[in-house]
Design a protein around this ligand. Structure first.
Ligand SMILES: N[C@@H](CCC(=O)N[C@@H](CS)C(=O)NCC(=O)O)C(=O)O
Length: 222
């Protein structure tokens, strides 16, 4: 059987989610670490986003579709719980992370440090300041959501595979690192998940950071 190829830069939290799924299932794969909109990506994703994957004749875009394929196609622990209500709970948290958490915490807040778009490369303070009050409200909500140990059920599911990379990157921003410190369940959840072998095996190289940009390097300690 052909080997699965996952395509997309390892630093992408969505690529990391797919790698967690592959690692949990024990699926051998090669990672082609390329940026969005490169030819390998555009050939598969209609809007050039990463990750995409290829296995023989099967090509797929979108992390949720890729993870669903991995879960159904390969043996190993279920990424989505079998029980109907529990499966829906996993999907509920996947959706919340992808539609509420990622756009604000990653695309708006962290991107304003990493890809600030300012003339001198300094953090984009207006964008950061606009994100912070909303993040201050969301962190305690997510703190309560992981109080039992996992986002859904009592095992590490696809929902945790989406949330853990984002939480890991929150150690990079000074304000988000402080929010993480202030929310004990989230902090413990991240530490527990970072100790998992699938996470340790897939920690990506550091995100880019321009000289002079004030970003905590806590993530590098993981
Ligand atoms: N819904 C997509 C989101 C993927 C995504 O936004 N990937 C980012 C990198 S983390 C990307 O490709 N950005 C380039 C763009 O939006 O054009 C998925 O789950 O795969």
């Amino acid at each position: 059987m052909a080997k699965l190829e996952l395509i997309g830069a390892a630093q992408s939290n969505f690529v990391w989610t797919c790698r967690l799924a592959l690692a949990e299932k024990g699926v051998p794969y090669t990672l082609t670490s390329v940026m969005p909109h490169t030819p390998e990506v555009v050939a598969i994703h209609p809007f050039g986003k990463i990750p995409v994957m290829r296995l023989g004749d099967v090509t797929l875009a979108e992390s949720r579709a890729i993870c669903g394929y991995i879960d159904r196609e390969f043996d190993g622990p279920a990424l989505i719980l079998a029980d109907t209500a529990k499966a829906a709970e996993v999907e509920q948290w996947v959706s919340i992370v992808n539609t509420t958490i990622d756009p604000l915490w990653m695309r708006q807040y962290l991107a304003a440090y990493i890809f600030p778009g300012t003339p001198d490369g300094a953090p984009n303070r207006p964008v950061i300041e606009a994100a912070l009050p909303k993040m201050e409200k969301q962190f305690p909500v997510m703190d309560r959501a992981v109080a039992s140990g996992y986002l859904a059920g009592d095992t590490f599911t696809l929902a945790d595979m989406y949330f853990t990379p984002i939480l890991y990157y929150m150690r990079r921003g000074p304000e988000s690192a402080a929010m993480l410190e202030a929310n004990a369940n989230l902090k413990a959840y991240l530490e527990r998940n970072l100790a998992r072998s699938c996470v340790q095996a897939t920690v990506p190289p550091p995100l880019p950071g321009k000289a002079g940009v004030t970003i905590s390097d806590g993530a590098k300690a993981a």
